[in-house]
Design a protein around this ligand. Structure first.
Ligand code: ZN
Length: 1021
């Protein structure tokens, strides 16, 4: 009978599977190991072919080996360590030591460890030690009762020629399977493979001798036939070894640290065997961990960096979330990261690529921050995960709000062997992945794709099979060519070949999935936000003390450590809320310690200032003149200049009768606005007195708190199911009468106590004299699971777009849903404020550490356009962290009418950073206080000073400011001290150019481009 094509392929596959065991030419079992689990101190024997261990447990194994007499030391000898394998994440990982020397990681993908010459001396007895972790097991849906299966640890002789041949034959078979039926290569390749296998001596019973003798000629024949089988494919996959290690996720930071150590050792080991192998790793924090516990291995890593085979890259301290991470934090990520690589590897060792393959969306200000840190390139695959719209480019210029561009690449390589659109940073170099990478390529005129290949998260990076496969696919008929590369070389090639011809993507890179990560695990977001605010305050106060108080030492070490803690927890599964409960329990402990340390540092700086100047003081740490009311009395206290330390009453503040707040149970009113509430606490009316305009539609319900079902179909900590946001499952209930809890003319507060489902909600709404801002403090004792809570503000504003605060700027997004791109952005990231305005006025919603929200158009019964601003307050799907986000939560937000013309970025600083009060125990000596550290001489200022700190090199002060509105501007800065010099610098604090300081030694004029971030080095005279 004549076999069908499928039958022939099945036969080829079967013959190959018969051959595979012959890669091992000889084997000698080792004596059973001894095992120690968890905290146990007792060693117990671990029999061959037996079950052992429990999930998520640390273990040690020990044993010995000697080289059998029949093995020759020039043979390719290896240890085979089958500790167990139950699938991804559910497998033991260990670090192998031979005679106390760390040799390699051992995991499901790396069970065969080649013995170096020093470890295969005949007659010598070697000690073996394995220390590891049993793997994740149950947490990812596995069965907790399942045990690991220990095979037979052995010492083996490897037939390399057989291995190389089998790789090539397997690659050929997969290429045949994946190629389209119309492709002629499909058939020439199948003939070639069939003929080749016939050259092998597989005469039964196969003893191996004849077979091994025939392998070389079979390999040569296959090579020749491949060369003749078809033309090369136009696409090249530039492959770089990689291991995406989530710094915490379904395991804690401590486990990650071990994963890094194992992975780095595995990489170094395989580099000895594959001279073309290049590996790239981001996250300097991982290197710092590795260096601390393995200084010798780190020295070997440094050598590989110098030889350009190990590529440090990424730019940031870890791969952070970029939606919730604050403005200054984004800068510090680069400062910490770039500085560490420079210290360890030299000036230009790091490849200038912002490497964020797995981060859940990217703000439009990021290109400028990255470029100012010296980055030129950007890599992600994440927008290939979009749920609605397919991202249109592969290689492109990513242009930020200020016009800065990064050369960006979004790889098309999918998970191995699938046709999925989901690209990966854990690629497997094989014909199917390469073939689908080509199919997924949007612009097929471009012929270069970066492939980051290797197992992440403890899987040990590239495997021997992958490295062999890279060789086999160097040039292959019908399949894209595989070329080992450095990431840096890839981007240089991209720039040289395509450069200006590439398309530009302007603005944010919004990820059309995982919108729940803007809200999930609010406790970590709150801690991050508090730490960011406190560091902001301390850096100014300590700078002020360093400038004015003799003998005060700026707390560099404490601040550096603090930023490391904050930046570490901004990792893209920690801050977004997608980790397990244990990660957040650890984080809570870390932040508790951090806050105690920061409190002490802050107190020391304030004590130094108040000790020096004496008396009572008020400290303003932000860039705006602000008023301080005493909430206890009806006496207005004082105004305080930007970045100043002043005495209460130094700039007295008076409130006239008209400006005072009038409070009734359902009304708050002052000279600027009148707010009327219904019984539930919702606004019926928000009236801007300046322009005589009502903002609440007749239907009311502004400020409504509503609960929605939170049961996403996939990834429940990450996702929100948009369909479930169409109608709430519950709103506030209760019939307690509202209480006026403060009414002194200066500030008025009404309190509403309500229930939603099984949780209590207390809403306190306040208004101050002469203020355009209605403040909410909402205290929720949250007891629900699988429920999401939003505050909603329908507003009678005729707008097609809304403006959102982001780090170092703002962006507009449509409020209508004309296109699928508009509709897909139904929940978006913001920082501090959302503004919705029309030509006649508008409202800004301010908040203190809420990141998820939206503005959506609607219409009233009589056909007027409304826009509803929604803030997502709580999300609590069950998922990986069943305990997450329960308990008492205080949420602060405010409505501000915008007719007064304030800057939202400043308004939110005022809303979130309170003035700090201090007093000295010794009030007798009172020195005169110096003027503002720095303030603007023009109004409007044209820029906002965000950060004041001491330079990292301690030689001067750093003042960081930015243009917030998106227009060219200029500002006159006046320093409160004589200045010797001022230089413009990059965000790494390297001076770029000197600025002219005016005759009085205090004034600097500065022109800023739209949204420009400017860092100044200021040297006092
Ligand atoms: Zn990740």
């Amino acid at each position: 009978m004549f076999p069908t094509f499928k039958q022939r392929l099945d036969s080829l596959a079967h013959r190959l599977s018969v051959l595979t065991p012959y890669i091992i030419a000889d084997t000698a079992p080792l004596a059973p190991f001894e095992l120690r689990l968890g905290d146990s101190t007792a060693w117990t024997p671990l029999a061959h072919n037996s079950y052992w261990g429990a999930w998520q447990t640390r273990f040690e194994m020990r044993g010995v080996y000697t080289i059998p007499k029949r093995f020759k030391s020039r043979d390719d000898l290896a240890l085979l360590l089958p500790l167990g394998n139950s699938g991804d994440f559910e497998h033991p990982e260990a670090l192998l030591r031979i005679d106390n020397e760390a040799v390699s990681g051992v995991d499901r993908n790396h069970q065969r460890i080649t013995l170096a010459t020093a470890h295969k001396k005949r007659g010598q007895k070697y000690g073996l030690h394995l220390s590891g972790w049993t793997g994740l097991g149950g947490s990812l849906g596995g069965d907790q009762r399942q045990r690991l299966y220990m095979g037979v640890p052995s010492i083996v002789v490897v037939d390399r020629a057989m291995e190389v041949f089998i790789t090539l034959a397997r690659t050929t078979l997969e290429a045949i399977r994946v190629l389209d039926d119309q492709r002629p290569e499909k058939y020439t390749l199948s003939e070639a493979l069939d003929d080749t296998l016939r050259v092998l001596d597989m005469t039964p019973p196969m003893r191996g001798d004849g077979l091994r003798a025939s392998v070389q000629s079979a390999w040569r024949l296959l090579q020749d036939r491949l060369a003749a089988a078809g033309v090369p494919h136009p696409l090249t996959l530039h492959g770089v070894g990689h291991a995406h290690i989530d710094t915490a996720w379904l395991w804690t930071l401590a486990v990650t640290r071990d994963k890094v150590e194992r992975t780095f050792h595995t990489v170094l080991k395989l580099m000895d065997e594959y001279p073309e192998y290049v590996f790239a790793a981001s996250q300097p924090q991982h290197y710092a961990w590795f260096r601390e516990r393995h200084p010798e291995s780190f020295a070997a890593l440094v050598k590989r960096v110098k030889a350009k085979r190990w590529e440090p890259m990424g730019g940031m301290w870890i791969e952070p979330d970029a939606n919730v991470t604050g403005a200054e934090s984004l800068v510090r990520q680069f400062m910490l990261g770039r500085q560490y690589f420079k210290e360890q590897f030299g000036e230009d060792a790091e490849t200038p690529v912002l490497w964020l393959p797995d981060t859940f969306g990217f703000p439009a200000s990021l290109p400028q921050i990255a470029a100012q840190a010296g980055m030129k390139y950007f890599f992600t695959i994440k927008l290939r995960w979009n749920e609605v719209n397919s991202f249109p480019h592969d290689s492109f210029w990513w242009q930020g709000i200020d016009g800065t561009r990064l050369l960006a690449h979004m790889s098309t390589v999918p998970y191995g062997g699938t046709s999925s659109d989901w690209a990966t940073y854990n690629a497997d170099p094989r014909p199917s992945a390469a073939y689908y990478a080509w199919i997924a390529q949007k612009d097929k005129r471009q012929h270069d794709v970066l492939m980051a290949y290797g197992w992440g998260d403890g899987g040990g990076g590239p495997t021997r099979e992958m490295l062999e496969s890279m060789r086999a696919l160097k040039q292959f008929p019908g399949i894209p060519a595989h070329q080992p590369t450095r990431v840096h070389d890839f981007y240089r090639l991209l720039a040289d070949k395509h450069g200006e011809t590439l398309p530009t993507w302007d603005g944010e890179l919004y990820l059309e999935t995982h919108q729940g990560t803007l809200t999930s695990q609010a406790r970590i977001k709150r801690m991050n936000h508090s730490a960011e605010k406190q560091l902001h305050d301390i850096e100014f106060i300590a700078s002020y003390a360093r400038l004015h108080v003799p003998g005060y030492v700026y707390p560099h070490p404490a601040l550096r450590t603090a930023w490391e803690v904050v930046c570490l927890h901004q990792f893209h599964d920690i801050l977004p809320g997608s980790s397990i409960d244990a990660v957040y329990d650890d984080a809570e402990r870390a932040f508790t310690t951090l806050f105690a340390q920061l409190d002490a540092v802050q107190k020391a700086a304030i004590d130094a200032i108040s000790g020096h100047f004496g008396g009572a003081l008020v400290i303003n740490t932000i860039d705006s003149l602000r008023h301080v009311f005493s909430s206890q009395t009806d006496t207005p206290l004082t105004m305080v200049s930007p970045f100043s330390v002043e005495r209460p009453g130094q700039q007295p503040l008076s409130v006239n009768r008209e400006q005072r707040v009038v409070v009734e149970p359902f009304v708050l009113e002052n000279n600027m606005l009148r707010a009327e509430f219904d019984f539930s606490g919702n606004l019926n009316r928000l009236f801007d007195k300046f322009i005589a305009r009502d903002y609440v539609p007749v239907s009311g319900g502004c400020g409504l708190i509503a609960a929605y079902e939170d049961r996403p179909a996939l990834f429940d900590a990450w996702n929100i199911d948009a369909a479930l946001l169409r109608s709430p499952i519950a709103c506030l209930e209760g019939d307690d009468a509202p209480q006026v809890i403060l009414s002194n003319g200066i500030r008025g507060t009404i309190e509403f106590r309500r229930r939603i489902l099984n949780s209590t909600v207390t809403i306190r709404v306040s208004l101050e004299a002469n203020s355009d801002q209605l403040e909410y403090e909402t205290v929720i004792d949250w007891r629900e699971k699988e429920v999401l809570l939003r505050a909603e503000f329908p507003l009678l504003i005729h707008a097609r777009e809304a403006t959102y605060g982001i780090q170092w700027g703002q962006i507009t997004r449509p409020t209508h849903q004309n296109t699928t791109w508009d509709a897909a952005q139904w929940e978006v990231a913001h920082h501090g404020w959302i503004d919705v305005s029309d030509a006649g006025g508008g409202v800004t919603v301010l908040d203190d550490g809420i990141y998820g929200g939206s503005v959506r158009q609607g219409r009233t019964d009589d056909g007027q356009i409304t826009n509803t601003v929604a803030l997502t307050l709580i999300k609590r799907a069950s998922g990986a962290a069943p305990n997450g986000d329960a308990g008492v939560r205080t949420l602060r937000y405010a409505l501000a009418t915008v007719s007064a013309g304030g800057t939202s970025a400043l308004a939110v600083q005022q809303f979130t950073c309170p003035v700090i009060m201090a007093s000295s125990s010794d009030a007798s000596t009172q020195r005169e206080l110096p003027p503002s550290f720095v303030q603007h001489l023009l109004a409007p200022a044209g820029a906002i000073v965000e950060t004041i700190k001491r330079a990292e090199d301690d030689s001067c002060f750093i003042v960081r400011l930015y243009e917030p509105h998106g227009g060219a501007s200029s500002t006159l800065l006046r320093f409160g001290f004589d200045v010797a010099s001022v230089h413009k610098a990059d965000i790494l604090e390297n001076a770029i150019e000197p600025l002219t300081v005016d005759d009085d030694k205090r004034i600097v004029t500065l022109a800023l481009r739209p949204f420009e971030i400017v860092t100044l080095r200021v040297v006092p005279a």
